[in-house]
Design a protein around this ligand. Structure first.
Ligand code: GLA
Length: 370
């Protein structure tokens, strides 16, 4: 019998390394968080879409009922553009969505750089797939969710977040080549080595929509063109970057080229079963590159990284798009409390709001709950 209702879940992510590489056709290495979006959905026979979110501001908690296919989204709360964009994309690709009731409830902090939006889009997309278009593949879901964000929300993101939410598996990091979408699950068993991965949500919101993200994309495209390649991924020798006359473009390109090399090094070490402590300094070098060459860090992120490393973290870096958001730190489990306390003290001394700290282990990607 065809399914007419159910519950689905899709996770947020942290990216272990490989930041701002995806739109340069480079490499990324994310893991899925045990924080995610639950989407309860049911078919509606009346051609209407009804959306509800437990996290929406008060005036939007009541059901928003709109006729499918109507214009006028701008009057609806911004979060509704993600599910509506996903519905539109299903329809544009020839999958009819006759009407649906969607209730959303998320545990991913919003604006923390942990992919709350991909969790939302992917949870809705797998619900629509199971209700209306069971033949749609995971690759197509990733494309639908990404297009929803690019076209209907207007943020020109790459494919990192949606791929992580859909493809990650428990106990692994996802090594993804964004050029051809080939991927590999690499074991990331921190327990075995008495290690923990801490996530500090600094509470300083990251704004991908304010134009800086799009500007970085444009700078990378300009650098690639001047270097005579299609994408910065094609440059593997960082010395070639020095041919760029503009010092700003040189810094941007250097970040991308060295970051791809860092992803490859870490993937190689984890694949070989090395003690993950060895990747620590590479993580911290990645942060310096994002801060100094790519200019996407922010004082709370730098403060968290510096305090974590000074108090014994093997490595730490901002994760996600930047301009605020979250930091990850790789620590000996027995030191986790001390590192957490040190970051809190550093924040207090600079009058930053206290961060929220999570200890995370990689979980499985998007799936149906019931
Ligand atoms: C955001 C985007 C991703 C990626 C990261 C930076 O999370 O959604 O596509 O570009 O920034 O690595």
């Amino acid at each position: 019998m065809e399914s007419t209702a159910g519950r689905w879940w899709a996770p947020g992510r942290v990216n272990l390394i490989g930041e701002h590489t995806d739109y340069n056709e480079g490499f990324v290495l994310p893991l899925a968080l045990p924080l995610g979006m639950t989407c309860t959905a049911a078919v509606r026979p009346d051609g209407l879409v009804r959306l509800r979110s437990r996290q929406a501001p008060c005036d939007a908690i009541d059901a928003t009922t709109i006729a499918l296919g109507t214009a006028g989204w701008s009057e609806l709360p911004a979060w509704t553009h993600y599910p509506l964009g996903v519905i539109r994309e299903f329809e544009r690709r020839g999958h009819q969505v006759p009407g649906v009731e969607i209730d959303l409830d998320s545990t991913v902090p919003i604006g923390a750089g942990l992919s709350s939006s991909a969790a939302l889009s992917c949870a809705v997309a797998i619900a629509l797939r199971d209700l209306f278009a069971p033949t749609v593949s995971a690759a197509e879901i990733i494309d639908i969710a990404r297009t929803a964000e690019n076209v209907y929300v207007g943020v020109p993101t790459g494919i990192l977040d949606q791929s992580a939410s859909m493809l990650c598996t428990a106990g692994h990091v996802l090594f993804l080549d964004t050029r051809d979408s080939a991927y590999e699950q690499i074991p990331f068993d921190l327990d075995r080595f008495d290690l923990s991965l801490l996530v500090f949500d600094t509470g300083s919101p990251h704004h991908l929509m304010d134009g800086e993200y799009a500007l970085r994309r444009a700078e990378c495209a300009a650098a690639a063109e001047q270097l005579g390649v299609g994408f910065l991924r094609d440059i593997t020798d960082s010395a070639l970057v020095d041919r760029l006359a503009d010092p700003l473009l040189r810094r941007r390109a250097r970040h991308v080229v060295t970051e791809n090399a860092r992803v490859l090094r870490i993937a190689e070490q984890l694949r070989a079963g090395a003690d993950p402590r060895v990747i620590g300094p590479i993580l911290t070098a990645g942060h310096a590159s994002l801060r100094d060459d790519y200019d996407v860090s922010a004082p709370p992120l730098d403060t968290a990284v510096a305090a974590a490393v000074a108090h014994g973290a093997h490595g730490a870096r901002m994760t996600g798009g930047g301009f605020g958001g979250s930091v990850i730190a790789l620590v000996d489990s027995e030191r986790a409390d001390r590192v957490d306390a040190a970051v809190r003290e550093a924040f207090a001394s600079k009058n930053f709001d206290a961060p929220r700290t999570f200890t995370v282990t990689p979980v499985a990607g998007a799936h149906r709950l019931s």
